[in-house]
Design a protein around this ligand. Structure first.
Ligand SMILES: Cc1cc2nc3c(=O)[nH]c(=O)nc-3n(C[C@H](O)[C@H](O)[C@H](O)COP(=O)(O)O)c2cc1C
Length: 202
């Protein structure tokens, strides 16, 4: 990886937004239908910039991201991979293969988020947790940008060989295959209030 100078938090140019932290936390939603609208690169750059400010024990910097823009050669490669991968799993599944191929091509922008393992299991686990935090930063920043970020570990994310097709190291763990786009649906959201899960040990 190229040497990049360390940045202090005081050096960061914080994007101005009227979205409060609490609004982002409560308004963040997954979406599966997106407007047919280009996702601006600068917005994704602002969102991704927040990722490395996630908590990270021993600053192992385990996050690796691949950004796959729509209509790119990279996306075409992932779509080819998806089609072939599903056929390899089940040669009769041509309809599903074509559907996943088209789905892959249709996603407005995709981020493949990986965690680099360590030579110790406990650190590998901490690294994974740090990448989850990092990706959640990206999700929350997305709210301020009017963008939804999906989180997918199923579908083509489960196909063996995806990481190589994406361009990553097969040792890395896929944390999420995420679509970023302007949501074109209201996703229903309900939750059990936290009081069901909290014990205040006063
Ligand atoms: C680790 C992780 C993996 C997920 N994988 C999938 C997935 O494969 N497919 C899917 O539809 N949603 C997936 N989701 C998204 C959840 O289904 C979604 O967050 C949940 O339905 C709540 O909706 P909300 O995020 O809009 O509040 C995943 C979320 C997490 C945190």
């Amino acid at each position: 990886m190229a040497e990049i100078e360390e940045q202090k938090w005081t050096d960061v140019s914080v994007p101005q937004t009227t979205t409060t932290v609490y609004q982002a936390l409560y308004n963040r939603r997954m979406a599966w239908k997106f407007e047919d609208r280009e996702v601006p690169r600068d917005a994704v750059e602002r969102m991704l910039a927040t990722s490395v400010w996630a908590p990270n024990h021993k600053h192992t910097q385990p996050w690796r991201f691949f950004v796959s823009t729509k209509d790119s050669a990279h996306r075409q490669k992932i779509a080819d991979f998806a089609e072939k991968g599903i056929i390899a799993r089940n040669a009769e599944d041509t309809t599903m293969a074509m559907r996943q191929r088209q789905w892959t091509l249709d996603q407005p922008l995709m981020i493949f988020a990986y965690s680099v393992p360590a030579d110790r299991e406990d650190i590998t686990q901490e690294n994974y947790a740090a990448v989850v935090c990092a990706l959640h930063n990206v999700n929350l920043a997305g709210v301020a940008e009017g963008l939804a970020v999906t989180w997918e570990t199923g579908g083509i994310a489960k196909l063996p060989g995806l990481t190589e097709a994406v361009g990553g190291d097969p040792e890395w763990a896929l944390v999420a295959m995420a679509t970023v786009g302007y949501p074109d649906e209201e996703s229903p959201a309900t939750r059990t209030p936290v009081s069901a899960f909290v014990t205040w040990a006063d």
